[in-house]
Design a protein around this ligand. Structure first.
Ligand code: BGC
Length: 531
C-alpha cells in the first residue's frame, strides 16, 4: 500500500516559477523551464516540490493575486505545460504540491468584477464590503500587511472593500457559504488534475470579525519592534479581529473532507500570526484539520540571533502546545531575506560554503517536514537590487528602508559563463542576476566535489537511510555552550545523537557514549552518531 503520509519527514524543494528557468526567452521563468530542470531537482534527493503560483494573474503581487484559478498565466505557458510537468515529476518520483491562494483574489477576478457592480448583484457578498463612516473614513482601524489601511473605497459600488495585502487583492468573504463552496471547487479542479496537495497561502487570514471591531494597539510597540514591524503600521496592532478567527477551523474541516476524497494528498498551511506556534499546532491538530503548517518565525526578523537557542526554543515551544501535530520548517522562501545573508551576516559568513552546508544539514535534521528554497542548495546569498530594478510592490513602498522581497527572487544561476547565468537568453531578465551568484552557479559547483551542491545531494541521500531523521522524535540536550546545538532523534529502529557547531571556531564537545567521550567539531561542523 502506498504511504499516504509520505509528507511526514519529507524534504520539499520550493520553486519560484518566475526565476527557475526561462524556456521561451522572455526573461521570465516558466513551467516548461521547470520541466526541463526536473532531473536536477530529483538528483538533489528531495521528495517533493512546491511551486509558487502560476495561475492567470495581473501580477500585482507576482501571482499571489489570482484572476482565474483554472488557467495558467501566458507568462508561464499553457495548460498542457502543467500536465507535462506533473507527469515528468511523477515519473522521477517527485510529488508536486501547488500554491492555493484562498484568502483573496485579484481585483480582476470575474467574482470581484461582478461584486463591485452593486449590492444587488448575485456576488454582492462575496467580498468584504462596508459603508464609509459618516466622516468618509474607513469602517475600522485595520492595517494591511503591505502598508496603509486594509480598506480601499470603490467609487463604482460606493463602499469600502477590505484587503489584508494590496488593494489589488480584495479579501473573499468566508462568512458566505457560497464563497466556501466556490473555492473548494477550485481546489477540486486541481486535485482532479492530479496534484499531490496544496500549500495554503495565508490560511489563517480567511475569516474576519463579522462586527468589524477595531484591532487593539500593540502595547510597548516602540520598545521591541522587529525588523518588519518597524516599517509598517500593521505591526502597531494586535491582529485580534482581522485574522485567525474561530470560524476558520470549521472551514478547514471542509478542506480536509475534500482532501480525503483524494487519498495520498496533503495540505501545508502558511501561518503568520501573533502566536505562530499555537496557531500552527492547532490548525494541524491530530488529523482533524490540515496535515501540517509552517510559520514564518525562523524566517522573520524575530529570529535575529543565530545560536543554538534560535533553533531549540521554537521547536520546544511547538512541542509543548496542547495538540498532536506534525510541524514543518523552512529557513528561506520567496518572501524573506535569504538565510545565508540573514543568519550569515550575524556570523560574517554570507559566502562561506561551510556555513551553507551547516544550514542544509541542520534544517534537514529537524523533527518535522522541511522546505528548501531554490538556491539554498547552492548557498546563494541575498542579492542587492538597485531601486530602478525593484519589482516587489512592498519593496517599492518601503525603500530605502528595505528593498522588499526581490533580493531572494532573482533568477537561478545555472551556468557561470553564460549570458544571464544560463537562466535565459533574453535581452534582459525580469530581475538582475548578481555577479556574486555567478561563481556559485550550478555548473561550477557540479565540477567541484567539495561544493555545497555536492554536499546537499550526499546529505539527502544519506538522510533517506536514517529513519530517525525522517520520523523520529526529538529531544534537546543542554550543552553549556550557546553555539553548540545537541539533540537526539529517536525512532523505534534507530536513535541518533546530532551535534551542530554554530560558530566559526573549532569546538570540543562531550558526548555520552561509553567508547567515545568527546568529539571535535570543525567550524560550522556537524556530527551524527547512533546511540
Ligand atoms: C505569500 C506572499 C504573498 C502573500 C499574499 C504570502 O504569505 O507567501 O508572497 O505576497 O501571501 O498572498
Amino acid at each position: 500500500m502506498a504511504n499516504e503520509a509520505w509528507w511526514r519527514g519529507a524534504v520539499f524543494y520550493q520553486i519560484y516559477p518566475r526565476s527557475f528557468f526561462d524556456s521561451n526567452n522572455d526573461g521570465i521563468g516558466d513551467l516548461y523551464g521547470i520541466t526541463t530542470k526536473l532531473e536536477y531537482v530529483a538528483a538533489l534527493g528531495v521528495d517533493a516540490i512546491w511551486i509558487s503560483p502560476f495561475y492567470k494573474s495581473p501580477m500585482a503581487d507576482f501571482g499571489y493575486d489570482i484572476s482565474d484559478y483554472r488557467d495558467i498565466d501566458p507568462i508561464f505557458g499553457v495548460n498542457e505545460d502543467f500536465d507535462m510537468l506533473l507527469r515528468k515529476a511523477h515519473d522521477l518520483g517527485l510529488k508536486v504540491i501547488i500554491d492555493m491562494v484562498l484568502s483573496h483574489t485579484s481585483d480582476k477576478h470575474s467574482w470581484f468584477v461582478e461584486s463591485r457592480t452593486g449590492s444587488e448583484c448575485a456576488k454582492a457578498d462575496w467580498y468584504v464590503w462596508e459603508d464609509a463612516k459618516p466622516d468618509g473614513t474607513p469602517p475600522n482601524n485595520w492595517q494591511s500587511v503591505f502598508g496603509g489601511p486594509s480598506w480601499t473605497f470603490d467609487t463604482r459600488r460606493g463602499q469600502y472593500y477590505m484587503h489584508n495585502f494590496l488593494k489589488e487583492q480584495p479579501d473573499l468573504n468566508y462568512h458566505n457559504p457560497a464563497v466556501q463552496d466556490a473555492v473548494l471547487e477550485e481546489c477540486r479542479y486541481w486535485l482532479e488534475r492530479g496534484v499531490d496537495g496544496f500549500r495554503l497561502d495565508a490560511i489563517n487570514f480567511l475569516f474576519h470579525n463579522k462586527n468589524l471591531e477595531d484591532n487593539p494597539a500593540r502595547e510597548g510597540y516602540n520598545s521591541h519592534i522587529t525588523q518588519f514591524e518597524k516599517k509598517s503600521p500593521h505591526g502597531m496592532q494586535i491582529h485580534k479581529n482581522d485574522i485567525s478567527q474561530p470560524e476558520t477551523l470549521e472551514f478547514i474541516k471542509r478542506i480536509r473532507a475534500l482532501m480525503a476524497e483524494y487519498p495520498g494528498t496533503m495540505t501545508l498551511g502558511e501561518i503568520g500570526d501573533e502566536d505562530p506556534y499555537k496557531t500552527s499546532a492547532q490548525y494541524s491538530d491530530n488529523g482533524k484539520y490540515l496535515d501540517t503548517c509552517y510559520n514564518t518565525h525562523f524566517m522573520s526578523g524575530q529570529s535575529k540571533d543565530f545560536a543554538a537557542d534560535t533553533i531549540r526554543k521554537p521547536i520546544e515551544e511547538f512541542i509543548t502546545q496542547p495538540y498532536e501535530s506534525w510541524p514543518s520548517w523552512a529557513f528561506s522562501n520567496h518572501d524573506v531575506v535569504r538565510v545565508m545573508s540573514r543568519w550569515g551576516r550575524i556570523q560574517h559568513h554570507t559566502n562561506n560554503p561551510d556555513f551553507a552546508k551547516l544550514l542544509i544539514a541542520l534544517l534537514c535534521s529537524l523533527w518535522g517536514t522541511v522546505f528548501l528554497y531554490q538556491g539554498d542548495e547552492l548557498g546563494l546569498p541575498e542579492a542587492d537590487i538597485p531601486f530602478e530594478r525593484l519589482q516587489d510592490p512592498w519593496g517599492k513602498y518601503l525603500w530605502p528602508e528595505w528593498q522588499g522581497r526581490d533580493g531572494c527572487r532573482t533568477p537561478m544561476p545555472w551556468n557561470s559563463d553564460k549570458k544571464h547565468a544560463g537562466f535565459s537568453t533574453a535581452k534582459e531578465t525580469w530581475l538582475p542576476i548578481p555577479n556574486e551568484h555567478l561563481e556559485l552557479a550550478a555548473d561550477s559547483q557540479e565540477n567541484n566535489e567539495n561544493s555545497t551542491l555536492h554536499f546537499a545531494r550526499e546529505f539527502l541521500k544519506w538522510r533517506k537511510e536514517q529513519p530517525a531523521l525522517i520520523t523520529g522524535d526529538i529531544t534537546f540536550h543542554d550543552t553549556g555552550d550557546p553555539m553548540i546545538l545537541s539533540f537526539t532523534r529517536s525512532h523505534p529502529t534507530q536513535t541518533l545523537l546530532c551535534l551542530f557547531n554554530f560558530s566559526d571556531e573549532e569546538k570540543t564537545v562531550a558526548i555520552p557514549l561509553e567508547n567515545q567521550k568527546e568529539t571535535i567539531l570543525r567550524p560550522f561542523g556537524n556530527f551524527y552518531v547512533s546511540v
